[in-house]
Design a binder for this molecule. Structure first.
Ligand SMILES: [Zn+2]
Length: 130
């Protein structure tokens, strides 16, 4: 069986590299540990798959994209209750349970901005429990 998590990670990495203007190895604003980020992304990915439903596939894609953005995009700021994101498309999103992007406007579809918010919450919880 193909590992979809790995597959999506590797196929999207190229896309992110091309779209992020300032490529940093570590997110300077959020200063995330990439190993921990990988683990919470895997955790979120697995639970999205286990949960199933019509949006499951969109969520898994959104989670992988969020993971890569959190690692590479230096323009993401955690405001505590929400995540402030300057996306590669030069839009600013204020993301918590809701978002302002096209996916959200079109029908509250899963988007990587909301996935990123969830990953940062999971990340923070994990850091606190250690
Ligand atoms: Zn969004």
């Amino acid at each position: 069986m193909i590992d979809i998590f790995r597959f999506l990670c590797s196929s999207m990495e190229t896309e992110i590299e091309n779209s992020t203007r300032e490529n940093t190895k570590e997110n300077e604003m959020l200063n995330l540990n990439l190993q921990t980020l990988e683990e919470v992304a895997q955790q979120a990915f697995d639970s999205a798959e286990a949960k199933g439903g019509k949006d499951a596939r969109r969520w898994t894609v959104a989670i992988v994209k969020a993971k890569l953005q959190l690692a590479e995009n230096p323009y993401i700021h955690d405001e505590g209750d929400a995540l402030l994101i300057l996306s590669p498309s030069n839009e600013i999103y204020h993301s918590n349970g809701s978002c302002q992007c096209q996916a959200w406007m079109k029908g509250k579809f899963p988007c990587w901005h909301r996935a990123a918010h969830r990953l940062v919450r999971l990340y923070t919880e994990r850091e606190r429990s250690h």
